[in-house]
Design a protein around this ligand. Structure first.
Ligand code: ADP
Ligand code: ADP
Length: 226
């Protein structure tokens, strides 16, 4: 099965705005895929629907073969999402934020603890584990969102504008982290409005504009057309 499959997906918001006008996308397992487009193109709406946070208007989306609306729990179990904005409890401790997430997906306490420690060490947050999240720097908060997204061992990781507003050093280390993760078998899908980021990292790119997929092809092919 594909990691992600989207068919005829449309979204009309409550105010009547048509953010997605019937898009199709297939991302194979193991891919490193970019959804590239200008602000307002429909990237976050697409990812919101795929991660069961936004209700679609019509069409379908599935993760690892599980329909995101009819089989939301199974779809979410295979999916990690790193949103654009920090959306955790500012007073909760770093360790608790990550370990709690593992609990939602039926890991045992021991599995959750092992996975949490491993990720917090990998992402250089272990020393901060007892701090409330509001004490972290911007870069640490980003890394915390990644740890939380990965703690249940999802097959697919989605990142919404992962390096927007991030300094060069952190951008480099996040790129390296994503590349390692992809090498170890995790499918990665990110949104970006930087062609350079898509070009550096991704094997395949879909360009979205005004709620339509304009192009979808390998990075190499796309570059040869520019
Ligand atoms: P839905 O159709 O998914 O229920 P709504 O149209 O009710 O979405 O809007 C959900 C929230 O998003 C509301 O709080 C609304 O104020 C906010 N919102 C409205 N327009 C925009 C916009 N252009 N960009 C981002 N958020 C918006
Ligand atoms: P992108 O992530 O590519 O910047 P979005 O998916 O956030 O684009 O938004 C696509 C379009 O839908 C934009 O024009 C945005 O203003 C509009 N939009 C987003 N959320 C809402 C909402 N809740 N209500 C109405 N319009 C929205």
């Amino acid at each position: 099965v594909p990691a992600l499959m989207v068919e005829g997906l449309a979204k009309v918001y409550g105010n009547g705005f048509e953010a997605l006008k019937g898009i199709n996308l297939t991302v194979q397992q193991g891919d490193f895929f970019a959804l590239l487009g200008p602000n307002g193109a429909g990237k976050s709406t697409t990812l919101g629907i795929v991660s069961s946070l936004i209700q679609k208007t019509s069409g379908s989306a599935s993760i690892m073969g599980f329909d995101v609306s009819k089989q939301a729990f199974d779809a979410k179990r295979h999916l990690g999402v790193v949103p654009q904005e920090f959306n955790f409890n500012q007073f909760e401790k770093v360790y608790d934020i990550v370990v709690t997430q593992a609990g939602y997906f039926g890991m045992t306490r021991k599995e959750a603890a092992t996975s949490t420690e491993k990720l917090l060490r990998q992402l250089d947050l272990w020393d901060k584990r007892d701090q409330p999240s509001r004490m972290l720097s911007g870069g640490m908060k980003r890394r915390l969102m990644i740890a939380r997204a990965l703690v249940h061992g999802p097959k697919v990781l989605i990142l919404d504008e992962p390096t927007a507003g991030v300094d060069i050093e952190l951008r480099r280390s996040m790129w390296a982290f994503m590349q390692e993760l992809n090498k170890s078998g995790t499918t990665i899908i990110l949104t970006t409005h930087y062609l350079e980021e898509a070009e550096q990292l991704c094997r395949n790119i879909a360009i979205i504009n005004k709620g339509h997929i304009v192009k979808c092809m390998s990075t190499r092919e796309l570059l040869s057309q520019l």
